[in-house]
Design a protein around this ligand. Structure first.
Ligand SMILES: [Fe+2]
Length: 477
């Protein structure tokens, strides 16, 4: 008689990654506190939600099949709805297949297909971010396709129809910037060939013609999740977590599993002039980064603030088999890099002792300029082994932080929403979604950004998996 084998536990059973039945059309929430009169609109977010089907299992957090969800904030009510993404990747997974290249989960392509198509087509599992681009609500991952999402049903409608161009198979970041003065969306796309070409492109929000404003070529391609934008420059962080593209040929490994950590090379900082396309490079110590916080010009120096991990170990700690026993320590250091023309070495300053992830600012007021406040979620183990979560506000000038937590929820990215007449960087609220650690419920917390106290909350009897990014779509008028 054979011994029974207990199945490997899934992170779907574990808060904060647990999910309730999906496709909830318009359930109401329980509101406590008073919703500010001026706060009308919708919080729209995307997250990895399904980590296994029969025949397929995500091996990395970033490969969970996407779910789009929204809290609609009205006069006296907040409604919640959610919908699993319908995409090529998702349909494959429900059939137990993995034909498209994904982040950290192997493909299961037949040998012949691998021979004739040495690099797989890329996943369209847009579970990283969702933003408004012109009239379209667009869900994104790090891929060559972005999906248009229907505002009402949250269904994926079609891929965004960019004009055919040299970037057609390039991987766009899921963190486009917005240049309000020039009315441009700015993003970075990486094309893999014998070497890598990392291009900065721009387009008007409603246009789908991408204009390349500058490119940087490299033999070993760094992992690029975000970048810095000032009125004059784009700043790329060429961290030493990189891949020689040839390693990806005929491989069935996940995209990121081809990358190696080369700390001896340090981190290169690549500044691309948005007018001339001219490229200049600086170098600093090795670190790993997902998120930049802000960038600006100070005299002839370019300043980039970002959240730095000492090495790339965080990437391995986001594998699902690791997360089942240990939640990720999402507490990188707020770090300032100062780059001066004529000086190859960039200066490094640590701005705060408080570690956090999922940064945000009063984007319209602060991005590309000297600024005062950064916000984020500080999720991690404390001494003694308790996992805690707090929304933090860091004063860039002093490094001091104030925070909000309720002892119950694990919170993700706080979105800053300014008061319509607000004139300062903390004149508004932070909107953040938290998953209860010990109950089948989640909350949308509305936090006063000035005092970091709870203004109102909307509780939904549904587990919303911790995810990454989203937007607040303000209802005008
Ligand atoms: Fe991100």
């Amino acid at each position: 008689m054979s011994a029974s084998i207990s199945p490997t536990p899934s992170i779907e059973t574990l808060p904060p990654f647990r999910r309730s039945p999906e496709n909830q059309a318009g359930s109401s929430t329980k509101i406590e506190g008073k919703i500010p009169d001026w706060l009308r609109g919708e919080v729209v977010r995307t997250c990895p939600a399904v980590f296994e089907t029969s025949g397929w299992r995500a091996q990395h957090w970033f490969d969970g099949l996407g779910m789009i969800y929204a809290f609609r904030i009205g006069n006296s009510a907040i409604d919640f709805r959610s919908r699993l993404l319908d995409s090529e990747t998702v349909r494959d997974a429900w059939h137990g297949k993995a034909n498209l290249g994904s982040f950290g989960t192997p493909t299961s392509r037949p040998l012949l297909q691998r021979i004739f198509e040495p690099v797989p087509r890329i996943s369209d599992n847009t579970n990283v971010n969702i933003v408004r681009l012109g009239q379209e609500l667009v869900a994104m991952t790090e891929g060559d396709r972005q999906l248009v999402i229907d505002d009402e049903t949250l269904a994926a409608v079609r891929p965004v129809a960019y004009s055919k161009d040299a970037l057609s198979r390039a991987i766009m970041t899921a963190h486009p910037h917005f240049d309000f003065e020039r009315a441009k969306v700015v993003n970075v796309a990486t094309a893999f060939g014998v070497s890598g070409v990392v291009s900065v492109y721009e387009h008007a929000p409603a246009a789908r013609q991408r204009d390349v404003v500058g490119s940087w070529r490299t033999k070993r391609v760094p992992y690029v999740h975000t970048f810095g934008l000032t009125p004059r420059h784009v700043i790329l962080v060429a961290q030493p977590f990189a891949v020689a593209p040839v390693k990806m040929l005929w491989s069935s490994k996940g995209y990121i599993d081809h990358f190696d950590w080369h700390p001896e090379e340090g981190t290169r900082l690549v500044i691309i002039d948005r007018s001339s396309g001219e490229v200049r490079e600086h170098v600093t110590e090795a670190f790993f980064v997902f998120h930049t916080v802000n960038a600006f010009e100070r005299g002839d120096a370019t300043v980039l603030d970002l959240l730095a991990y000492p090495n790339a170990d965080i990437m391995a700690s986001l594998r699902t088999n690791r997360m089942i026993t240990e939640l990720p320590q999402l507490t990188p250091s707020l770090t300032r890099l100062i780059m001066r023309p004529g000086s190859e070495r960039a200066t490094v300053e640590k701005l705060s002792d408080v570690g956090f992830e999922f940064p945000s600012t009063h984007y319209k007021l602060a991005n590309g300029r000297p600024y005062r406040f950064a916000y984020g979620a500080s999720d991690g183990y404390q001494a003694g082994g308790t996992y805690t979560s707090a929304i933090v506000k860091v004063d860039i000038d002093t490094g001091r932080a104030t925070s909000f937590n309720d002892g119950t929820h694990i919170f993700g990215e706080p979105l800053f929403v300014s008061q319509p007449e607000g004139g300062s960087e903390d004149d508004g609220v932070l909107l953040t979604v938290g998953s209860a650690q010990n109950a089948e419920s989640s909350v949308l917390a509305i936090i006063d950004a000035r005092t970091m106290t709870l203004v109102a909350s909307a509780t939904v009897q549904s587990s919303i998996p911790l995810g990454f990014h989203g937007s607040f779509l303000r209802k005008e008028g």
